[in-house]
Write a protein that binds this ligand. Structure first.
Ligand code: CA
Length: 228
């Protein structure tokens, strides 16, 4: 059984209780918080293992809570799963760029939320991967040292930028990256890249990957993800 402490910041009582009920049923400890202020207090006092954070809160909203906790070295490593309403893609993008780990759009099923929570906790517990290590995923092999990619053993010629975009995504399958995060990871932050130029790289990559192109998933309005 899991014993991790999960903070649930949600002003809607029904949703908050539904989440807490399901967490407890799975063996987690659920800490409810009704407002952003209360959430921040609980984060500092309880040091939860994960935070389920509704973005639409009265007063201090979810994005502000996320910004505050990611700025504090004592709380920055705590993973965050955001809850958003439909059509809030810009908030999702903002939250991911602030350091949130995942998001769910309402309405969601408690089972899906639990699966996401488990996945985020698992990924956080995994050792950071050696960036130079050969990466095998699905039928792709990526050799960072040699800048080579092969699909089913057949070498695929990529440009240096395409290679880095693929490597960034494939290192964290299942994670959603915003275009800004991809551009940043590829160029080390000191290079201005537009959203559009990331899209152009993805188009090129998919064309060259051919049958393996489907591993790069488009998350509408948000960014891209490598299939888990
Ligand atoms: Ca709300």
């Amino acid at each position: 059984m899991a014993h991790e402490k999960i903070l649930v910041v949600e002003d809607e009582e029904e949703i908050r209780e539904l989440i807490a009920y399901n967490l407890v049923k799975q063996g987690y400890r659920a800490i409810p918080a009704e407002t952003g202020e209360d959430g921040l207090r609980r984060i500092r006092a309880e040091k939860p293992d994960l935070i389920v954070l509704d973005l639409m809160l009265p007063g201090v909203d979810g994005l502000e809570v996320c910004r505050t906790l990611k700025r504090d070295p004592a709380t920055e490593a705590i993973p965050v799963v955001m809850l958003t309403a439909k059509g809030e893609e810009s908030d999702i993008v903002a939250g991911l760029e602030l350091g949130a780990d995942d998001y769910l759009t309402k309405p969601f099923s408690p089972r899906v939320l639990l699966a996401r929570i488990r996945a985020v906790l698992r990924r956080k517990a995994e050792e950071p991967r050696d960036e130079e290590e050969e990466l095998r995923i699905h039928d792709l092999t990526i050799h960072p040292g040699r800048h080579e990619v092969s699909v089913k053993g057949k070498s695929v010629p990529l440009t240096a930028t395409e290679f880095r975009v693929l490597h960034v995504l494939a290192q964290r399958p299942g994670w959603v990256f915003t275009r800004y995060q991809i551009a940043n990871a590829v160029h080390g932050g000191d290079y201005v890249v537009t959203d559009r130029s990331v899209d152009v790289q993805i188009v090129g990559l998919r064309k060259k990957l051919d049958a393996a192109a489907d591993y790069i998933e488009t998350i509408r309005g948000v960014g891209y993800r490598f299939k888990e």
